[in-house]
Design a binder for this molecule. Structure first.
Ligand SMILES: Cc1cc2nc3c(=O)[nH]c(=O)nc-3n(C[C@H](O)[C@H](O)[C@H](O)COP(=O)(O)OP(=O)(O)OC[C@H]3O[C@@H](n4cnc5c(N)ncnc54)[C@H](O)[C@@H]3O)c2cc1C
Length: 304
């Protein structure tokens, strides 16, 4: 039987890869489990990352590849698969993978990140990739010269509308409340754009189309003719399988500070999945390093 791993890292986004580098360099036996082939997390969706220290104007996909290559150069073990269940055992954790395998490890560093929240209206799932998008920077270019709608009221929605305004013929910014949560300065910039129409107190009811999206219907009966609907209504932490395993806050984030220590012994959290103020690459990378050190200290304490 294979020796029990010191640490199983879930997710190979910036947090997971950083945790892997620190764990390996600390002499721990580590395995990174990632559901996507060569996945590097959300950052791969970013057209340009301008705020990661030392690497300005870096394409997000290339930044993720650089992280992954670094980990691979250290001969860290990777496995493709989706973890879905976590069981505390006497000497660690048993993690069940969708392919039927069970992985045993003394500690788990959970770095599964976050995903875009769905709007939850009819037509949304049907038209994902056929007019419905969750990433303006990734898909905006497909809508050059066309009409689009951005749905949401935070900074992401405002930024998406601004980005699309430079590409699209017309952009509708649709928000269910009368005031935006995002920066007032961006709202002003949008108000000055001739091709941006801001609709407040407007609640989407349905996304309609044939092969692709043709319109967005609102609850008040209005129909907005668009080719693309960009949904920017927040992020959902990937913590569904952790209910009853570790303490989560009301929004579903794992309650943990920068040490990554959670309510469950030997189970650490790093990156966008944990409670924190700023969810960025730099904080995810920092979390991964801290969680690996916490895992090392935990294993050493168990051996004493
Ligand atoms: C469009 C976009 C632009 C961004 N731009 C910037 C920017 O300019 N600067 C910046 O600093 N940040 C930016 N961010 C935010 C940044 O990408 C995130 O903060 C960072 O990626 C979080 O890293 P993470 O490792 O915590 O999680 P993630 O990047 O979300 O990685 C989580 C990984 O876990 C995997 N996973 C999830 N569940 C499982 C499971 N059950 N089993 C196995 N694997 C699983 C996922 O496939 C994924 O690869 C951007 C994000 C987006 C979406």
């Amino acid at each position: 039987m294979e020796r029990q791993l010191d640490v199983l890292i879930i997710g190979s986004g910036p947090a997971g890869l950083s945790a892997a580098v620190y764990a390996k360099r600390a002499g721990l036996s580590a395995l990174v489990l990632e559901r996507e082939y060569r996945g590097t997390g959300q950052i791969a969706e970013s057209d340009q990352v301008d705020n990661y220290l030392g690497l300005p104007k870096m394409n997000g996909y290339d930044l993720g590849e650089a992280f992954l290559n670094h980990a691979q150069e250290l001969e860290i073990r990777f496995q493709e698969g989706t973890a879905y269940d976590y069981e505390k055992t006497e000497d660690g954790w048993s993690v069940h993978v969708e392919d039927g395998q069970t992985i045993h490890a003394k500690t788990v560093i959970y770095c599964a990140g976050a995903a875009h929240r769905r709007l939850g209206v009819d037509g949304e799932e049907e038209f994902v990739g056929k007019g419905v998008s969750y990433c303006a920077v990734c898909d905006g270019a497909f809508y050059k010269g066309k009409d689009t709608a951005v749905i949401g009221g935070g900074d992401t929605a405002l930024g998406d509308a601004l980005y699309l305004a430079d590409l699209c013929d017309k952009v509708y910014l649709i928000h269910r409340r009368d005031r935006f949560r995002g920066a007032a300065s961006t709202v002003r910039q949008l108000q000055e754009k001739e091709n941006v129409e801001i609709l407040t107190e407007a609640v989407p009811a349905k996304i309609v189309g044939e092969q692709t999206v043709t319109a967005l219907e609102l609850k008040d009966g209005r129909s907005i003719p668009v080719h693309g609907a960009f949904v920017a209504v927040g992020m959902q932490p990937q913590t569904e399988p952790l209910k009853g395993v570790v303490d989560l806050d009301d929004a579903g984030y794992i309650i943990a500070d920068e040490t990554g220590i959670t309510s469950a012994p030997g189970f650490f959290a790093a990156g966008d999945v944990r409670t924190k103020a700023l969810r960025q690459v730099v904080t995810a990378v920092s979390d991964g390093a801290n969680a690996a050190v916490s895992a090392l200290e935990y294993i050493q304490r168990q051996q004493d």
